[in-house]
Design a protein around this ligand. Structure first.
Ligand code: ADP
Ligand code: MG
Ligand code: MG
Length: 883
């Protein structure tokens, strides 16, 4: 097996830009070199090597040494420099690169190949002593941090003291002599902390760095990132070794990062930052405030320091033409790292840029319109889950704001929450259901879990491409970065902004679209659903086969669902109407009734209320199917629980507290989930289902009369296990329908079907379909009853199950396709065999989960039903499943 692939200098080892083999970074370095862009030569050690390295217990196969030596020889040949040569040394960077980019997760070592002798050679050949010693001190510091894993605080402190002693503010004020002194101090620090001198042999340096990159794959922060992003551990990372180019060789040198389109808004305009006389990490690390790439962006921000477009017009023009080439080549918005060495442009990285949901949408739609991609590709490009960000409220522009300060608009969306100053606390409070805003000087990969837990992120330092900004955009969290006037006191647990002091726990609001930070909570408004969103949805609807309905039981939910494009209601839970404060008394009278007659009296009071509910829903959903589930929960759920409540309820229901308590204890169940609920209520108290059926049909006729548009009620019987149960219940519904139709002298079409939510029902689906005209898979209960776990109690152990790989994902979030899915597939098959045109849908939580929707498409269900806000997500996911 070949483990090393070279790139640049016209060499092609046939890696073919394969991301799985070369990692994302290596694949695209190879790709850029292949299309003739200026890429410093180098080589990639494959991800297969990483996997093998771990499997073999951290040793390399003999062959790879020779391959690496060949790789170095390749770089030497192209650059004309020699690794370790005293007179004209070759310096390299050692860079990690997983299959998909893991920002800030893996470590990079720059300027490798410097030692006490080669630094002199570099000074000679470059004619710049200061540059050579600056590079050496950077190398020692990075190598000590990344490879030797020494505490970097000691180095930072030494630099701070050096500047302070000399009265400097900036690193750039340090002279060659100053750096030389600092290098000696750095080496002393290494000897003290590591008990060995800093490695002078360049080959030792190289292999140390390669081992560290492979090692970083198993670092805690990389593991956390992989877990959060479902990246398998077996993928491994590649290692890229590449000739150094220098952005720190004076005023004609620079380094920068850029996006070919705006990653926050999607606007088709170059977007980026650069720093003159600096090396790569400087821009990202937020040590110096970077300058704008384009003149337009600088002017818009009212900033002074010249943009790259103004400061280096020729190089900028070349860069801009590279942007165009890259977008055409990769057919996507690119995130680019580049360096300018004495006026010469070098490309160091390109990849598809991370973007906000808003930008993803705009870029996909724009690119399809530009003819760069097809409409189907545009549909495939937008992550359905990310649409969530767009469907949620933003700050009400008219709401009063108490603006504390303004930072950079690093990731859009608005969020309010309690100030929390560290990631662990953020995670802890979020677990308790608190909304928190994580406030940090700047974030680092160690903060990932806290950023994930927080509603939003606020930092005092760092630009638009800082760690906080990049990670927040990827997670869809609003973020304001670089709020310069923010001072954080970790001891007093306060933050101070221009003289105002806020304590940890105080509420703030951040607006990631404007960068504003406000005291207290600010009102929000609903999102805009026209424009690009509407266009993409139209394209999605063209390719989609599955219908999408909503789980909704209030007219408001139904209206939202319809606006979001729902094609019916897949689940209307009638018990929600029973809980309504205005009717709970009548419901309780019904429950407390001593016999059928009394129960019927109480039910008669509920009838007009239910009829009105249904009439409103039918009106909103005119012309569309509405699946109404008859009463499902055990009756004791409607009775009071607390001591004080009993008296109040007894008075209202006109019974004694004792009677009420007796009835409550009669109804008490040890395991209510498997108790007297669902159609079991209809079997014992048919009058309840009779009343509900009557309400449905009377409402349907009413709406037909008033609007001329008949709704299509689908009456759903819950928790059926046997065909006989459904037979009995359907007989009731049909009888009531016939009664109502003859009373009113009019009819509507309707269906009677069942929820499949018990394994027995799935198995006996063939029999049940003889009566049932539709099946709706109630995957919440079906998951509970198939796996035998209770959703309400599973929190304690499910995360362990996911961590240990027993379940790939929480089966209540994403359908357990292997197990529960097999039952669904089998039930669908058996149902269809009996009744070829049986309508099949899914109405659990899973109806809004893209992976579960893909499964529904695969087995040919007719529709999925999701909560109103997830309807667009389901529409897009259904389209992607059909592609
Ligand atoms: P990350 O994956 O964290 O972005 P990179 O491997 O891209 O890490 O390296 C970080 C920075 O180091 C890059 O932004 C780039 O500017 C700089 N860098 C990497 N390799 C070289 C090189 N050969 N010459 C100059 N700068 C480099
Ligand atoms: Mg890095
Ligand atoms: Mg990079």
């Amino acid at each position: 097996t070949r483990y090393v692939y070279r790139f640049g200098g016209g060499v092609d080892d046939g890696g073919k830009g394969d991301k799985n083999l070369l990692g994302g970074k290596g694949a695209n370095l190879d790709g850029m070199a292949a299309i003739g862009l200026p890429v410093p030569p180098g080589f990639t050690i494959t991800t297969e090597m990483c996997t093998r390295y771990y499997n073999d217990g951290g040793v390399y196969p003999e062959s790879v040494k020779a391959e690496v030596a060949q790789g170095i020889a390749h770089i030497e040949q192209v650059t004309g420099k020699t690794f370790g040569n005293i007179a004209d040394p070759l310096l390299v960077s050692v860079r990690s690169g997983a299959r998909i980019s893991m920002p800030g997760m893996m470590d990079t070592v720059l300027n490798l190949g410097l030692n006490d002798q080669t630094v002199e050679g570099l000074a000679q050949t470059s004619g710049d002593e200061r540059f050579a010693w600056d590079s050496y001190r950077r190398f020692i510091q990075m190598y000590s941090d990344v490879v030797l894993e020494l505490d970097h605080g000691a180095f930072e402190e030494a630099l701070d003291i050096a500047k302070e002693d000399r009265g400097y503010d900036l690193d750039t004020e340090m002279t060659a002599a100053d750096w030389k002194v600092l290098v000696a101090e750095y080496k002393a620090i290494v000897e003290k902390l590591w008990n060995k001198p800093f490695p002078q042999d360049v080959h030792d340096q190289l292999w140390g760095a390669i081992g560290a990159v492979f090692g970083s794959w198993q670092s805690d922060r990389a593991k956390v990132y992989r877990r959060l992003n479902s990246i398998p551990g077996e993928w491994g990372t590649a290692v890229n070794v590449q000739a150094m180019v220098f952005g720190n060789m004076g005023e004609t040198s620079a380094t920068g990062v850029a996006f070919t389109r705006d990653p926050a808004t999607g606007e088709n305009a170059y977007y980026g930052e650069y720093l003159i006389n600096a090396q790569g990490e400087d821009v990202v690390a937020g040590i110096r405030t970077p300058q704008y790439l384009t003149k337009a962006a600088r002017e818009r921000a009212g900033a002074k320091p010249l943009s790259m477009e103004e400061a280096m017009p020729e190089t900028y023009a070349e860069l801009a033409s590279v942007f165009e080439i890259l977008e055409k080549h990769y057919r996507d918005m690119q995130d680019i790292e580049f360096t300018v060495q004495q006026g010469k442009l070098w490309m160091l990285q390109t990849r598809s840029g991370k973007r906000t949901a808003k930008a993803a949408l705009k870029i996909a739609v724009d690119m399809a319109r530009e003819g760069l991609i097809s409409e189907e590709e545009a549909v495939a490009r937008v992550d359905p889950a990310a649409l969530d960000q767009l469907l949620h409220p933003t700050l009400d522009p008219k709401a009063p704001r108490d603006v504390l300060t303004k930072g950079l608009p690093a990731s859009p969306g608005a969020a309010s929450g309690a100030i929390v100053l560290d990631a662990d606390t953020a995670e802890k409070l979020a677990e308790q259901g608190k909304a928190v805003i994580l406030v940090r000087v700047e974030t680092s990969p160690e903060d990932i879990h806290g950023m994930h837990a927080a509603r939003g992120i606020l930092t005092a330092r760092g630009g638009m491409t800082s760690h906080a900004a990049v990670v927040a955009r990827g997670m869809g969290r609003p973020c304001v970065s670089g709020a310069g006037s923010l001072q954080i006191d970790n001891v007093a647990r306060t933050m101070r902004i221009d003289g105002r002091v806020l304590k940890e726990g105080d509420t703030v609001t951040i607006d990631g679209a404007t960068g504003e930070v406000m005291a207290g909570e600010v009102a929000t408004v609903q999102p805009e659903l026209a424009g690009d969103f509407g266009t993409l949805m139209e394209w999605a609807d063209k390719v989609r086969r599955l219908k999408v309905r909503a789980n909704a039981e209030t007219p408001l939910d139904c209206r939202t669902a319809r606006e979001f494009g729902a094609e019916g209601v897949g689940l209307c839970r009638t018990e929600h109407m029973f809980f309504d404060a205005a009717r709970i008394t009548a419901v309780r009278e019904m429950i407390l009734a001593e016999g059928e007659a009394e129960r019927r009296t109480a039910l008669a009071k509920l009838l007009p209320e239910q009829r009105d509910d249904f009439a409103e829903i039918f009106t909103v959903m005119a012309g569309l199917p509405v699946t109404i589930r008859l009463l499902d929960p055990p009756l004791h759920e409607f009775l009071p629980h607390g001591e004080g409540e009993f008296e109040e309820v007894a008075r209202a229901a006109n019974v004694s507290v004792d009677t009420l308590k007796r009835r409550a204890s009669e109804l008490h169940e040890v395991n209510p989930m498997l108790g007297h609920r669902g159609c079991r209520l209809g079997v014992t108290y048919p009058e309840i289902y009779e009343m509900q059926a009557r309400a449905i049909f009377e409402a349907a006729l009413l709406v037909k009369e008033n609007t001329g548009e008949a709704p299509i009620p689908e009456v759903m019987i819950p928790l059926v296990a046997t065909a006989k149960e459904l037979d009995l219940m359907k007989a009731i519904v049909d009888r009531v329908a016939a009664e109502v139709f003859s009373e009113r002298g009019a009819t509507v079409d309707y269906l009677v079907g069942t929820m499949i939510e018990l394994p027995r029902a799935a198995l006996k689906a063939g029999e049940i379909a003889q009566t049932g005209e539709f099946f709706s898979f109630g995957t919440n209960d079906l998951t509970q009853t198939t796996i035998g776990i209770s959703r309400d109690d599973a929190g304690k152990f499910l995360t362990h199950y996911v961590d240990k790989g027993i379940f790939a994902r929480d089966p209540f979030v994403s359908l357990d396709v292997d197990g529960v899915g097999e039952l669904i597939e089998l039930a669908a098959e058996r149902g269809r065999k009996t009744r070829a045109d049986i309508k099949l849908g899914i109405c659990g939580e899973h109806g809004g989960d893209p992976a579960s929707i893909a499964f529904c498409e695969k087995i040919g269900l007719d529709y999925v039903s999701a909560s109103p806000y997830r309807v667009p997500i389901a529409r897009l996911a259904a389209a992607q499943a059909a592609l």
